[in-house]
Design a binder for this molecule. Structure first.
Ligand code: ADP
Ligand code: MG
Length: 767
């Protein structure tokens, strides 16, 4: 584990899960062969007759077959990485692969079964065992758990699960999740509870857990801070961060037929995953100058793990059965590319945001506070002793208090009781002392009680401070306690041995891979031919070998091209659908939103790079780029704009109610009229004459209906001209419209008194 900054590659391992029940029952063909010794995965294509096509071979740092044990993976592949996190490096473990191939099994495994525990719980054990064995070091371990679903970040251990978190960037510490909660944990058990809590929240938030987990990325983050006295006599802090990432299922999301919200969802689901692929491609390409980290939340958050300051291991999970072959090949190609990413890990020494430093400083502050308090008392006591030795009761009390306080926490309970009893006694004495005036008694009693209260408060503050110090100190873990433990020592040796074996295996595999490569290269150089025939034979053999290789490469090229075409078609389909959506939006805008409103919105819209969203500028900021637009001021010191006239009026006649209000009186904007004038039906002259006659007859039987007029304002308009003057008043009851009411707009207008529209109730309508 060197401290150098020399680049090192991302380590990629492949794990093939066993056939599951269903696959075995259906007797699916096994197409994946795992060569653990050589670190190779061999995939046959089940469709093509095997004689024609050569199997595809992929070589990785190490490969694990279906019999692989969780602990083997840990010892051979992950232990080294976690060790370097303990030294202050950043480390990341990705689990990549199709849904159902064992990503979660690899990361978390089966709880309650020590044999099948995954990397995450195994790393808990590893970290805390390491700490318990350390000497002269102080550790602080904290954990966070988050999830990215549809490009939204959710804190899995916070109380409020509906809250969505944002990514922020700081020049000194890089990208971080704002307001992400983290738990300081003291033991493997505690940190495991954080994981369990997070997993519960993960499933609570989902309607269908299976689908949800296959579409979301879960990231468990462990931060280990270690403080140690350096050679320079100063305390130095190293911070290692371990990201444990269970990625979303890598299978192609079917988007066919999806529209609107569903389409948006579908395009967002694997955005982070395809962005991850693009970042890997760009990093490996060598020619690209731009790495599209910003394209997704996942890549932004894990920027350091890809080509940056971190050690990274990618576990590619695959299934062995034939019906998965396409996805298996995609996974293998994807991870094969990732092998070529170069990282530049370094130890993070004394970073600005180390929590451990804050803890240490806080503890020191609290301790100082405690000391100052007791120091003050000491002084007080000494002063009193030096003085004339006050005879007043109060002073004596104070003295005993201080004495007791300084004498350790042990007797504090006794002391408290004693004090209380003493107070009781004194109270009684005061009560019974008849020489005292009632007032004086009361005063003394009150004084006593106040003293007691003060004493209690002081005690509480002291206790709180020391409890706080204790609590904080308990979070800081120091090792060296179990080092003499015999079984522990044996276990350590065992681990060491396992580690050595794993290392041995790795070296063997590397050597074997090298031998294989060199064999081909040097074959030619070593050979001398004894006869022409032999030369022909050997060369033919070699030719065959090379030809096979050529075919394999050609097949690979074709496969990659096919995959590329498929991806392109997918993207094109996606683009078409999005274009359609866009056209619909345009159509709606053009038809339903007034041009000027649209322009206003367009001028206010801007793209927020930080949040990756279009936003609308606040209207108050429109005028000048960054200046808040303020209310126009016409009169300084008043709440509202004020006209010159009102201002003057106020000065002249301050008693007038009309001041700043109602400067401008506006009529309400009335809608256009949607009704038509009434056209009276043509009435036959004889009918009209009859009606007229009938109405005229009734002059005599008039009833006084003046009470009705006042409430039926509308009727006013119906009355014929010359009716009683009192009717004129009715006008005020009618709601004002913009129209002039004087025009003869109504069929009941007084100009045609003889032809009313409706038969009128006799006697109710006055003349
Ligand atoms: P993923 O998270 O990739 O969708 P899971 O981890 O949930 O997949 O695995 C699917 C199933 O396969 C689980 O029941 C798991 O126990 C089983 N499984 C996966 N890998 C292995 C393995 N290496 N050995 C035994 N069982 C496995
Ligand atoms: Mg899973």
């Amino acid at each position: 584990m060197s401290k150098s900054k020399s680049p090192e590659s991302v380590k990629v391992v492949v794990r093939c899960r066993p056939m599951n029940e269903k696959e075995r029952a259906t007797k699916f063909e096994r197409v994946v062969t795992v060569d653990v010794k050589l670190g190779q995965i061999i995939v046959r294509n089940p469709r093509v007759a095997s004689a024609h096509e050569h199997p595809k071979v992929f070589t990785f740092d190490s490969v694990y077959d279906s019999n692989s044990k969780q602990i083997d993976l840990y010892d051979e592949t992950f232990r080294q990485l976690v060790d370097s996190v303990l030294l202050g490096f950043n480390g990341t473990i990705f689990a990549y692969g199709q849904t159902g191939t064992g990503k979660t099994y690899t990361m978390e495994g089966v709880r309650n079964d020590p044999e099948r525990r995954g990397v995450i719980p195994n790393s808990f054990e590893h970290i805390f065992t390491h700490i318990s064995r350390s000497q002269n070091q102080q550790y602080l371990v904290r954990a966070s758990y988050l999830e990215i679903y549809q490009e939204e970040i959710r804190d899995l251990i916070s109380k409020d699960q509906s809250h969505r978190l944002e990514l922020k960037e700081r020049p000194d510490t890089g990208v971080y999740v704002k307001d992400l909660s983290s738990f300081v944990t003291k033991s493997a058990g505690e940190i495991e509870r954080v994981m369990i809590l997070g997993n519960q929240n993960r499933s609570v938030g989902a309607t269908n857990m299976n689908e949800h987990s296959s579409r979301s990325h879960a990231i468990f983050v462990i931060t280990v801070e270690c403080s140690e006295l350096g050679v320079d006599g100063e305390n130095h802090i190293r911070v290692g961060k371990l990201n444990l990432v269970d990625l979303a299922g890598s299978e192609r999301q079917t988007k066919t037929g999806a529209q609107g919200e569903r389409l948006k969802e579908a395009t967002k689901i694997n955005l982070s995953l395809s962005a991850l692929g693009n970042v890997i491609s760009a990093l490996v390409d060598g020619r690209s100058t731009h790495i599209p980290y910003r394209d997704s939340k996942l890549t932004r958050l894990l920027q350091d793990s890809l080509g940056g300051n971190a050690r990274t291991v990618m576990v590619a999970n695959i299934g062995p059965a034939c019906y998965n072959v396409e996805e298996t090949l995609t996974t293998l190609r994807y991870s094969n590319r990732a092998k070529n990413i170069r990282n530049k890990p370094r130890i993070n020494e004394d970073p600005k945001d180390a929590l451990l430093r804050e803890f240490q400083e806080q503890i020191a502050r609290l301790k100082e506070q405690l000391e100052r308090r007791s120091g003050k008392k000491k002084k007080r006591r000494q002063r009193r002793r030096v003085g004339e030795g006050g005879h007043e009761e109060d002073l004596e009390d104070g003295e005993t208090e201080d004495d007791e306080e300084e004498e350790g926490v042990g007797d504090q309970g006794d002391y408290w009781r004693e004090q209380q009893e003493k107070l009781e006694r004194e109270r009684k004495a005061i009560m019974e002392d008849h020489s005292l005036v009632a007032e004086e008694k009361l005063r003394l009693l009150k004084e006593k009680e106040k003293k007691m209260e003060d004493l209690r408060k002081e005690r509480e503050v002291g206790e709180m401070l020391s409890a706080k110090v204790k609590a904080m100190e308990s979070k800081l873990l120091v090792g060296g306690k179990n080092i003499v433990d015999h079984t522990n020592e044996q276990q350590r040796i065992l681990e060491q041995k396992r580690h050595e074996i794993a290392e041995q295996k790795r070296r063997e595999r590397e050597m074997q891979q090298q031998v294989e490569n060199r064999d081909e290269e040097t074959l030619e150089l070593k050979e001398t031919y004894s006869s022409l025939q032999q030369e022909v034979d050997i060369k033919t053999k070699k030719l065959k070998k090379l030809f096979a290789k050529l075919q394999a490469v050609k097949a690979e090229i074709q496969d990659v091209q096919e995959a590329h075409i498929k991806e392109r078609q997918d993207l094109e389909q996606n683009q078409n659908e999005l274009t359609r959506e866009l056209k619909l939006k345009h159509l709606i805008i053009e038809n339903f939103i007034p041009m000027e409103e649209k322009n206003k919105m367009v001028s206010r819209a801007y793209f927020d790079e930080e949040d990756d969203h279009w936003k609308v500028k606040a209207i108050t900021r429109l005028e000048d780029d960054h200046q808040m637009m303020s209310r126009p001021v016409s009169a300084v010191g008043y709440r509202r704009p004020l006209s010159q006239h009102a201002h003057m009026a106020m000065v002249m006649r301050p008693e007038v109610r009309y001041k700043a209000e109602n400067i401008l009186k506006l009529e309400m904007d009335l809608p256009e009229r949607t009704t038509r004038e009434y056209e009276e039906p043509v009435i036959a002259p004889n009918v009209a004459a009859a009606l007229e006659a009938a109405l005229r007859d009734e002059d005599e039987i008039q009833v006084d209906a003046s009470g009705f007029h006042s409430s039926l304002g509308l009727m006013g308009a119906i009355s014929p001209p010359g009716a009683g003057g009192s009717l004129r008043k009715q006008k005020s009851g009618r709601p004002k419209t913009g129209k002039k009411s004087s025009a003869p707009t109504s069929p009941f207008s007084p100009s045609i008194p003889a032809s009313p529209l409706y038969p009128q109730a006799r006697g109710l309508v006055p003349k």
